[in-house]
Design a protein around this ligand. Structure first.
Ligand SMILES: *[C@@H]1O[C@H](CO)[C@@H](O)[C@H](O)[C@H]1NC(C)=O
Ligand SMILES: *[C@@H]1O[C@H](CO)[C@@H](O)[C@H](O)[C@H]1NC(C)=O
Ligand SMILES: *[C@@H]1O[C@H](CO)[C@@H](O)[C@H](O)[C@H]1NC(C)=O
Ligand SMILES: *[C@@H]1O[C@H](CO)[C@@H](O)[C@H](O)[C@H]1NC(C)=O
Length: 352
């Protein structure tokens, strides 16, 4: 490990060292989760797709073992769920049976994006639009049980966590061999088109009763090991043009937070700046990740993963380890610096 890598890890350990403790009633009555593989907890298990993680070594550090989570342990939103005081994780839409939906549902699907075609070269996925349709179905099930007025009061108090869009770049725009978006749009046009589509889905959620929104920005996608190894011009450097393209979308998303905070009566939106984490100091992409990965960047089933999982930022060639998820979750929940969340963090949003 070189000096910069060590330094980065020291910073991480420092930030992780405080223990947290969760007791009592959750700070919101329910949590609804929309997103991709960073949040998926089993929705892809029965889909016809390569984008699955319901086998070892995924889940090696998760109490229930492999569940479909694309990491060794908890996802970032699992950890946020605990920080909010829930004593159970939110069930994936695919496994709900109608009795367990009042506390929330996780609709996230690996490889999915804002656009319907995103990720489909790997097989089926549940795009943002379809996730919103699933939510519509859940709201109507709840309405049958509780009646319209009670359901609206309940849904108004929930937290809606949206973390989607990375795949519209990784598994769409930057795969011109599979998708035409790269030749149809400049990066500026693409960011605007994505934000417009995103804003209509978010408005649908508002109309279904959502009021507290946490919108998560895109990562520094050019620093993901798979991108460095497939699109890097220099083996040791992040792919700047990819991170820059995603950053254009982040600017649109932040502007949407301002706009909807004014336009949508009674709603509160926050933006979380995930591009805050800098991996650019790492030198060797192979030392970033932990499991032995296939050509598509996901772990080989049933191969052993590395031993020091807490020392690696990535588990496979795309997805962060639980250690990094702990860091991003804590920063989103209780922001260490004002620029990480805008205009407030999740702990403040849920108190409103
Ligand atoms: C529904 O799921 C809950 C928890 O996931 C379980 O306890 C319950 O037995 C299930 N009910 C039915 C009817 O399958
Ligand atoms: C994407 O899929 C959703 C849900 O199936 C559908 O409502 C929407 O019209 C589709 N959007 C486009 C641009 O095809
Ligand atoms: C992209 O461009 C091609 C050819 O110009 C066109 O056929 C296609 O409909 C466009 N796709 C989208 C999503 O705009
Ligand atoms: C790659 O980047 C490193 C560090 O900036 C530099 O020393 C090296 O010369 C570069 N290699 C190539 C092939 O550009």
């Amino acid at each position: 490990m070189d000096r910069e890598t060590k330094l980065w890890l020291v910073v991480l350990f420092f930030l992780f060292s405080a223990t947290y403790c969760v007791v009592g009633v959750p700070q919101v009555p329910c949590l609804f989760i929309f997103g991709d593989s960073l949040s998926d907890s089993g929705n892809n298990n029965n889909l016809n797709t390569e984008a699955k993680a319901n086998f070892m070594p995924y889940g090696v550090d998760f109490p229930a073992g492999p569940t479909g989570r694309f990491t060794n342990g908890r996802t970032s939103v699992d950890i946020i769920t605990q920080l909010l005081g829930f004593d159970h994780f939110i069930p994936p839409y695919a496994n709900t049976n109608g009795t367990d939906i009042a506390l929330g549902v996780n609709y996230a699907s690996g490889a999915a994006g804002i656009r319907n075609e995103t990720g489909t070269h790997m097989g089926e996925d549940i795009s943002f639009g379809l996730q919103v349709q699933h939510h519509r179905d859940i709201v109507s099930q709840l309405t049958t049980k509780l009646g319209t007025d009670k359901v609206q009061q309940h849904l108004n108090k929930c937290l809606y966590y949206v973390n989607i869009g990375n795949n519209d770049y990784l598994n769409n725009y930057f795969l011109p061999e599979h998708y035409p978006s790269n030749s149809n749009y400049t990066t500026e046009q693409y960011a605007i088109a994505l934000a417009i589509e995103y804003s209509t889905y978010v408005k649908d959620l508002y109309e279904l009763g959502a009021r507290k929104f946490s919108l998560i920005g895109l990562n520094l996608i050019g620093c993901i090991p798979y991108e460095i190894s497939t699109h890097g011009k220099n083996d040791s450097m992040c792919v700047q043009e990819e991170s820059q393209a995603a950053q254009l979308f982040n600017e649109e998303l932040k502007a949407l937070v301002d706009r909807y905070n004014k336009e949508l009566v009674g709603a509160k939106f926050i933006y979380v700046n995930s591009a805050f984490m800098k991996y650019s100091n790492f030198k060797l992409p192979d030392s970033l990740k932990c499991c032995k990965d296939k050509e598509n960047g996901l772990c080989f089933p049933n191969e052993e993963s590395c031993i020091g999982r807490h020392l690696h930022p990535f588990f496979d060639a795309f997805h962060p380890t639980e250690k990094v998820n702990l860091f991003t979750a804590r920063c989103a929940y209780s922001s260490p610096i004002p620029t990480y969340t805008y205009p407030m963090d999740i702990s403040q949003l849920v108190k409103l």
